[in-house]
Design a protein around this ligand. Structure first.
Ligand code: GCO
Length: 468
């Protein structure tokens, strides 16, 4: 057996997000987010589950930090709930109990020697701002800037890694294109593009505020996150290869290219222009960045926060296969899994570890980040403690990530697996579990129990060694 070794300062950790773990949805003076509102609408979420209590991390954060410490983890990725700090999203009122919660968490992490990686926005938009148009309204970028400034001011002494937006692709497609996430109104062919436009501007605003007002004293980094999965062509035909390239752009580049390279991917500009014209529009459904905006957004990420879960096969199809205007029609491809791939309990998640190395190379070449952190990667099951499936998945993905570092020379500096705890999995409620640690959602005190995968991961992080 050949051993290979992670660099000494590699930041091994685990991740979570406010709405998925905190609970305390209306405790103290927290305001409502559009997820609080959405989950209370019957039939939106599996089993009508909600994040009202979730893992109760609002009250049990000390236990969470103790678990991270026991597992020898060096970093913890968590998110700040915007309406817990600013109940209606605006600076008009700061909720001191919410501020104290995050300060206490940061202090607890510091005492345990664990590096925080803090996400400013992991999907819990204050309902008031959603009522103002949410991620379709460019003014929300200004509100987000104010929120970011307040967080830098309050917490910045403790934080070296800030992530602005988590997975704009998910927010924009699920929330505004398809309407299966809040605000729940499908706007096919327009919603995702307008949302991407506003989220990119919001990200850039938060980056500039840090750069102008905080970087000199706080010396941290601010980066954009997205999920970019490697997509394989279904065949080697010219059409499928072009579709593969398009698919990478429609799922990944649409959200990150503006920030790294200053504009939408050219193929998306061309495609949406073409379909819009065909449909009789006198303009493209893809909003245009002005030259001033291009200047403002370009080069606004200090590192690439990359989520990788799986891979798919891409097959070219004619746009006529999609009957009405939509992002899918513009993109014109079919996406599927390969029957030979191991599938998790969640149907969308296959283990395709080679894809991780490929997508890290793709991102590295295309965007040339000086640093990449794998901010999510994880496996879904039904929550059993003997979770061999998760161990196999993590081992194979980590092995490919390590090859990207050692063989391809790419600067991947950290890895926060999804997730520390079993938690609220959005529209799937508590059906699928991603945790290293089991949470008993039937017990009032949300008992935490360490799974086999956590012990396996602990061993990897302490030795930094993997065996082929
Ligand atoms: C994400 C989601 C996570 C999910 C995870 C598993 O960033 O992708 O925000 O919160 O729980 O991806 O589906």
């Amino acid at each position: 057996l050949a051993a290979k070794e992670f660099p000494e300062d590699f930041l091994f950790g685990a991740a979570g997000a406010a709405y998925q773990i905190e609970g305390g949805w209306d405790e103290d003076d927290k305001g409502a987010s559009y997820w609080d509102v959405f989950t209370h609408i019957p039939a939106k979420i599996y089993n009508n589950d909600t994040g009202d209590v979730a893992c109760d991390s609002y009250n049990k954060y000390k236990e969470d930090v103790a678990l991270l410490k026991e597992l020898g983890l060096k970093s913890y990725r968590f998110s700040i709930s915007w309406p817990r700090i600013l109940p209606d999203g605006t600076p008009i009122k700061i909720n001191q109990a919410g501020v104290d919660y995050y300060l206490n968490l940061l202090k607890e992490l510091k005492a345990a020697g664990i590096e925080p990686i803090v996400t400013l926005y992991h999907w819990d938009l204050p309902q008031y701002l959603s009522d103002l148009g949410g991620w379709l309204n460019p003014q929300i970028a200004d509100y987000f800037g104010d929120f970011a400034r307040i967080c830098y001011k309050l917490f910045g002494d403790y934080v070296k890694y800030w992530i602005t937006m988590n997975e704009p692709s998910s927010t924009c497609v699920n929330g505004y294109e398809q309407g299966i996430h809040p605000p729940g109104v499908p706007l096919p062919g327009a919603g995702a593009y307008q949302c991407a436009y506003v989220q990119v501007l919001a990200h850039a605003k938060a980056w500039h505020i840090y750069d102008d007002e905080f970087r000199a004293q706080q010396n941290g980094k601010v980066g954009l996150n997205n999920v970019c999965n490697w997509l394989y062509p279904k065949s080697n035909s010219t059409e499928d290869l072009a579709a593969q390239d398009r698919a990478m752009e429609f799922t990944c580049g649409l959200y990150v290219n503006p920030v790294w390279n200053g504009n939408w991917p050219q193929v998306i500009i061309d495609r949406v222009n073409y379909t819009s014209q065909k449909q009789g529009y006198s303009f493209s459904r893809l909003p245009e960045f002005t030259p001033v905006e291009i200047d403002y957004i370009n080069g606004t990420s200090d590192f690439f926060a990359l989520n990788i879960y799986t891979s798919y096969l891409i097959e070219n199809v004619a746009e006529e296969a999609f009957p009405t205007p939509s992002l899918d029609q513009d993109a014109a491809y079919n996406i599927s899994g390969d029957p030979s791939w191991t599938q998790s309990d969640a149907a969308w998640l296959y283990s395709v570890p080679d894809g991780a190395r490929k997508v890290i190379n793709y991102v590295n070449e295309k965007y040339k980040p000086s640093e990449i952190i794998i901010t999510e990667n994880g496996w879904a099951d039904l929550g059993q403690l003997a979770d061999q499936g998760r161990i196999s998945y993590l081992k194979d993905y980590l092995s490919n990530i390590l090859d990207a570092i050692l063989e391809d020379g790419i600067n991947v500096t950290g890895y926060t697996t999804w997730s520390l705890l079993d938690n609220f999995e959005w529209t799937d409620g508590y059906l699928y579990k991603f945790g290293l640690v089991q949470v008993d959602f039937n017990s009032a005190n949300r008992t935490r129990t360490i799974k086999d995968s956590a012990r396996w991961y602990q061993n990897i992080t302490s030795t930094r060694q993997l065996f082929d």
